[in-house]
Design a protein around this ligand. Structure first.
Ligand SMILES: CC(C)(COP(=O)(O)OP(=O)(O)OC[C@H]1O[C@@H](n2cnc3c(N)ncnc32)[C@H](O)[C@@H]1OP(=O)(O)O)[C@@H](O)C(=O)NCCC(=O)NCCS
Length: 181
């Protein structure tokens, strides 16, 4: 697990990444649309260990100083013979709007389509998460579904599920190769 772009290195997580992970997973505005709550320092220590043993998590680091600035989730879906992966991403807000999420996600798409024989990639996001679907549009992924309240991640303080809508984006191998012509 090692990929490079002009400004970034994408690599496997290491146990010592917990501090950089804590810098963003401890922030309410970062995890707002995620299926989990904010992480404590101890939870980040545990999470860094878990991620170091899970090939779906890629650490995204700046080449200039090795700082871990975010992560990409890239996981093969079942059944395996469908050759479909899902992508997700969470970045440290100090590094938003510099194109780092776009640059690293593009590299993962290239890796998927050109190195491991991926046939289709999907991504899901809440329509209210405009930063997320704008990124998917920048990646030239295609909106293929708007699902009405299929899931909830969080509950209100009085215990009611907060059902939310979901966009699904996708890209096929042929669309990737057409876009790189
Ligand atoms: C989703 C998320 C990763 C997007 O981050 P981001 O900073 O908007 O994305 P990028 O790093 O690619 O930056 C893109 C922005 O930088 C600008 N930019 C600056 N330099 C750039 C460059 N060299 N290349 C591309 N874009 C560049 C773009 O114009 C764009 O700005 P715009 O939104 O005003 O058009 C981030 O908002 C996040 O981590 N959110 C919290 C977690 C989350 O919700 N994850 C998704 C769950 S579904």
């Amino acid at each position: 697990m090692y990929l490079e772009t002009e400004r970034l290195i994408l690599r496997k997580f290491l146990e010592e990444d917990w501090k950089d992970l804590y810098e963003y997973l401890s922030k309410e505005n970062v995890i707002k649309f995620e299926p989990y709550g904010i992480y404590s320092e101890d939870e980040c220590k545990e999470e860094a260990v878990n991620r170091s043993q899970n090939e779906a998590f890629w650490a995204v680091c700046l080449k200039e100083n090795n700082k871990l600035i975010g992560n990409i989730y890239f996981k093969q879906q079942e059944p395996k013979e469908f050759m479909t992966w899902e992508i997700g991403y969470v970045f440290n807000p100090l590094y938003y709007r510099k194109g780092y999420a776009t640059e690293s996600s593009k590299r993962i798409l290239k890796y998927g389509f050109e190195q491991i024989g991926m046939r289709r990639i999907i991504a899901k996001c809440n329509p209210e998460n405009s930063a997320s679907w704008k990124l998917l549009e920048r990646l030239s992924m295609r909106l293929e579904g708007h699902f009405k309240k299929p899931v909830y991640f969080k509950k209100t303080i009085d215990g009611k599920e907060i059902w939310h809508d979901c966009y699904q984006y996708a890209m096929l191998e042929e669309e990737w190769f057409d876009s790189t012509k």
